[in-house]
Design a protein around this ligand. Structure first.
Ligand code: COA
Length: 373
């Protein structure tokens, strides 16, 4: 195990939460007391989102009503469609989502009639529409109908992306990945959202903050960077040589390591098994075999384990998803965790405003501009 450096608020308890536990005993992840293993195996994503946002598991009637409500909230206002059309086709989809959420905050602001729960529902339901309306308009010149008969967000995403109903296997793989990505305690984007919420700002501003924070390669951007790395190698032998070279150059290998887990990321084995199942389905194991070789080498050379982002890359590729939509998928799922934290922060709010240790110059003598060297 690598020694931890100081800084970056590592090991600092920055607040309390009843939403999740991460890395107790170096492994382990729970959402409101339920293990991630149980949730990923048995719950649909909407059930998980309800648990996170509303604080308890829904019964059958409640889950049905929730899914139906979300399904009805997918349509975008016409003025947002115009904004999405005017963003460049070269934009990163994370910039599109950040802009789309921010614009929606101006068009449908949070207020007494539209409270934080209504905003949660709306954002969970319509971010797929924002993303894929922009995607289809700029890749095919098509003005997409952002509604589909598919009930689940995962099914809706795959149907809008590919224009056909996904297989059960594909639907379950994406749905499970949404649950794995849904929540992770005080990760950087959630913490950023809580800081924004703590100033008594609105929910859209908190989510816009979070999307901007998630975008970077040390956080959500790692799944895209991991894909670029894995795809660069045609076979495991080339991958091994390539990774040895990158490690010699002291490069970071994206999709490995974690600030909190010290033994393993419990989500990795679950997403890895989806990668295996999807590879078996296509009978194309190149990405899986390359990934596994990189995993073995990183364990041997650096004692580092894959995090959720590493095998998510091959899962998403095997679902036919373009790389630039990988981090946005993280947004679709983590929206549930962000909103749960915003609600929790507001329930016992105090402005988040830490101190800094000053390391600048000693008190200095002011000199008029004409007297300066
Ligand atoms: N590849 C190569 N070396 C890595 C590494 C990786 N992915 N992750 C950590 N290390 C090394 C660091 O270089 C450091 O070595 P050093 O002490 O010789 O400089 C040591 O392990 C400790 O890492 P540190 O930078 O202190 O970890 P952190 O807690 O600050 O950062 C991450 C955690 C996740 C940001 C870091 O592991 C990383 O950058 N991973 C790649 C990006 C990624 O996958 N992000 C998604 C996280 S879910």
């Amino acid at each position: 195990m690598m020694a931890k450096k100081s800084g970056g608020l590592a090991d600092v308890i920055a607040g309390q939460t009843a939403i999740s536990t991460v890395g107790k005993e170096g492994i382990g992840l729970t959402y409101r007391g339920f293990s991630i293993e149980d949730l990923a195996a048995h719950a649909v994503f909407e059930e998980t989102a309800y648990l996170l946002i509303y604080g308890r598991l829904p019964n059958q009637l409640e889950l049905h009503a929730y899914i139906t409500k979300l399904q009805k909230l997918r349509k975008l206002p016409a003025s947002l469609l115009i904004i999405l059309e005017q963003l460049p086709s070269s934009s990163h989809p994370m910039d599109v989502l950040r802009t789309g959420v921010s614009a929606l905050g101006a068009l449908e602001p949070e207020n007494e009639e539209r409270d934080q729960y209504a905003v949660s529902d709306r954002l969970l339901a319509c971010c797929t529409s924002i993303l894929l309306y922009w995607h289809h308009f700029h890749t095919k010149g098509v003005r997409l109908d952002t509604e589909s008969e598919h009930e689940s967000i995962a099914g809706h995403f795959l149907q809008l992306l590919h224009g056909s109903r996904p297989s059960d296997l594909h639907l379950q793989a994406l749905d499970a990945s949404f649950t794995l990505y849904a929540e992770h305690e005080f990760n950087a984007s959630t913490f950023a959202a809580r800081v924004t919420a703590s100033t008594l700002s609105d929910a859209y501003s908190a989510v816009t903050t979070a999307i901007g924070t998630l975008r970077g390669n040390l956080h959500g951007g790692a799944n895209e960077a991991a894909m670029a790395l894995i795809e660069a190698f045609p076979n495991p032998t080339k991958a091994e040589a390539g990774i040895v070279q990158l490690l010699q150059e002291k490069k970071l290998i994206m999709g490995f390591g974690h600030r909190v887990y010290s033994i393993k990321d419990p989500r990795s084995d679950m997403i890895k098994s989806w990668s295996k199942r999807l590879s078996d389905e296509t009978q194309d194991w190149v990405l899986y075999d390359v990934s596994e070789r990189i995993e073995q080498l990183m364990r041997k050379e650096k004692q580092l384990f894959p995090n959720l982002d590493f095998y998510s890359a091959s899962v998403y590729r095997l679902l036919g998803i373009p790389t630039s939509l990988f981090t946005p998928i993280f947004v679709l799922a983590r929206m549930s965790g962000w909103m749960a934290h915003l609600i929790e922060q507001r329930s016992s709010n105090r402005l988040i405003r830490p101190n800094a240790a000053y390391i600048g110059p000693e008190p200095a003598v002011w000199r008029a501009i004409e007297e300066r060297a």
